[in-house]
Design a protein around this ligand. Structure first.
Ligand code: ADP
Ligand code: MG
Ligand code: MG
Length: 214
């Protein structure tokens, strides 16, 4: 019931750029507690570059899901330094590889695309659930998307459930000791802070849910 279109994903990406810019200070504050205080600027810069590329594309040719997602992945990899650039870049590149050269997919197809992207992050960064990374938000979000799609939910409802699962996963990172990335250098001192990448992932999923609900 219902499709996710390339135009909707483009709207999601544009809104995400605004949301990440609005939350950049907050994400950077999280990263200053357990990292190097650049996650907000990294994400805002990356998504601003994504929007610049969308704006530069010819208005009369709408890209396929595959082309759109791959292009976002390449932009993030080339424009964002640090762990999150290559990890979020891989998310979108691998979503693009799993996406059809078409303008829309159903809820089930969309869940599979997101699952492939998150599998790409795990393949690159080797984080497991509970390592206090973006995976703690993304993995439960994928499960929620897949469950909702399997029970016949529309994409908007599936995304709403995924956003809720991601927020819960983000909150659950707070007491954890980081086992991957820069925060892991702090050992036990990383406990007591929300992981910045889990926070940015939860923002992306909330923005997706908001976009598909419109
Ligand atoms: P950097 O740590 O290079 O400064 P960012 O601050 O932009 O990069 O991103 C940090 C975030 O990246 C962390 O909060 C975490 O969620 C995520 N991260 C780091 N390493 C990994 C990994 N191996 N797997 C998954 N996510 C990771
Ligand atoms: Mg950082
Ligand atoms: Mg850094």
């Amino acid at each position: 019931a219902g499709e996710v279109t390339a135009a909707q994903l483009e709207t999601w990406l544009r809104r995400s750029a605004d949301v990440l810019a609005a939350h950049a200070e907050e994400l950077t504050a999280l990263d200053s507690a357990i990292g190097d205080a650049d996650h907000g600027t990294n994400m805002a810069r990356g998504f601003a570059a994504v929007v610049a590329k969308l704006d530069a594309a010819p208005a009369d040719e709408s890209p396929t899901l595959q082309a759109l997602l791959k292009s976002v992945g390449m932009t993030l990899i080339s424009k964002v330094g640090g762990a999150s650039g290559s990890l979020y870049g891989t998310l979108f590149l691998d979503m693009g590889k799993a996406a059809p050269a078409a303008n829309e997919v159903d809820a089930d197809g969309f869940a599979s695309i997101v699952a492939a992207g998150v599998a790409g992050i795990v393949g690159r960064g080797h984080a497991e659930l509970g390592d206090k990374t973006m995976i703690d938000a993304l993995d439960p979000a994928v499960a929620a998307l897949q469950d909702a799609a399997a029970s016949g939910a529309a994409p908007a409802a599936a995304a709403a459930g995924a956003a809720e699962a991601a927020a819960a996963g983000r909150d659950a990172t707070e007491p954890l000791v980081a086992r991957k990335g820069r925060a892991s250098y702090l050992g036990e001192r990383s406990a007591g802070h929300i992981d910045p990448g889990a926070a940015s992932s939860a923002l992306l999923l909330q923005t997706l849910a908001d976009t598909l609900a419109d």
